[in-house]
Design a binder for this molecule. Structure first.
Ligand SMILES: [Zn+2]
Length: 97
């Protein structure tokens, strides 16, 4: 830290980060520090990127699922598969006719 002892301020870079909620955050980095690609938005906690037009998408939050929720989900999957099969059979029947 010889520079500060001599009373000189080290060169710094100011970098803007934008999150998906449109918050902009200005972070000042020392010139010799590697600027990260993303920065956690201090206002909402979402990842913020340096491209204002294309902020990083919010991370997927996996809600806690109960066993019942898993069972229901599986059942709806089976229903969906049955509906798909039914639709395919109808389509085949129509093609055959
Ligand atoms: Zn934000």
């Amino acid at each position: 830290m010889g520079e500060s002892e001599r009373g000189e301020s080290a060169p710094r870079v100011r970098v803007g980060f934008w999150c998906a909620n449109g918050h902009d955050t200005r972070i000042v980095f020392a010139h010799d520090v590697e600027v990260p690609e993303t920065w956690d938005c201090p206002r909402c906690g979402l990842p913020a990127g340096q491209d204002q037009q294309n902020p990083p998408p919010p991370p997927r939050t996996e809600p806690y699922k109960t066993h019942l929720a898993y069972v229901r989900e599986r059942r709806s999957d089976e229903d969906g598969a049955a509906l798909l099969e039914e639709a395919l059979q109808r389509l085949r029947a129509r093609r055959g006719a």
